[in-house]
Design a protein around this ligand. Sequence first.
Ligand SMILES: Nc1ncnc2c1ncn2[C@@H]1O[C@H](COP(=O)(O)OP(=O)(O)OP(=O)(O)O)[C@@H](O)[C@H]1O
Ligand SMILES: [Mg+2]
Length: 253
Amino acid sequence: MSLLAVNELTKHFGGVKALEGVTFAVSQGEITGLIGPNGAGKTTCFNLISGLLPPTRGGVSLAGEELRRLPPYHRARRGLARTFQNIQLFGGMTVLENVLTGCHLRQEVGTLGALWPGAGVRRAEARSRERARELLELVGLAGRGDFPAEALAYGEQRRLEIARALAQEPRLLLLDEPAAGLNSKETEDLMALLEALQGRGLTLLLIEHDMTLIMGLCQQVVVLDHGKVIAAGPPAEIRRNPLVIEAYLGREE
Ligand SMILES: Nc1ncnc2c1ncn2[C@@H]1O[C@H](COP(=O)(O)OP(=O)(O)OP(=O)(O)O)[C@@H](O)[C@H]1O
Ligand SMILES: [Mg+2]
């Protein structure tokens, strides 16, 4: 069953056709890779799925619901969370507070509750803190909760961004180059974390240039080049697909 359906998604920036009729599906419970050379349109695809940018044409549906008119906040509420190619944290806030911003997207506190916090709100807040600490432990940041986010090492910031996304309790997590800038040990840890998340039932869509990670983790891989899908299938097929090889080699000259 497909959780996410991307249908004829198209985005033009003036004369630049960043995406042109992109169609693919992400199956429930799987890790799907979205790969392609630099400038292929991968991040643009995430920006359209998460609702940061409106499409020129085409649409996206999550669990059968068309998301067309929903702003990012509402898409998050329906179970879509993401991380960014250029890490986007609240640098001045603590590590724990960053995760709590994700929890709060989930929490149902009405305006009145926010103005006059009673016992119910305080209980919800305590639950959020508890959950945030669990998530920090899960991503290997236990004990770092009170550090300013900007004081974390680069690889730790990447994991914090994942923890914040997980705090939204997503059904589908979009990761834009989570291994970028990580050393090989950190990349191994990341792979183990993503496998564990899949084990907990999360569905993942993953942009990555690290082919070891893509081939090691993904059940399906979608390849973009110049804004179009040039191949889609299991990693073993993708690896020997002549169009894919050509797209990568052709660009390296
Ligand atoms: N906001 C924008 N305004 C104008 N052009 C844009 C914008 N965002 C992306 N583009 C262009 O769209 C194309 C696709 O860019 P995109 O960032 O989606 O590629 P990518 O596959 O994520 O590449 P990379 O691997 O380098 O991150 C590029 O030509 C890029 O310059
Ligand atoms: Mg990108």
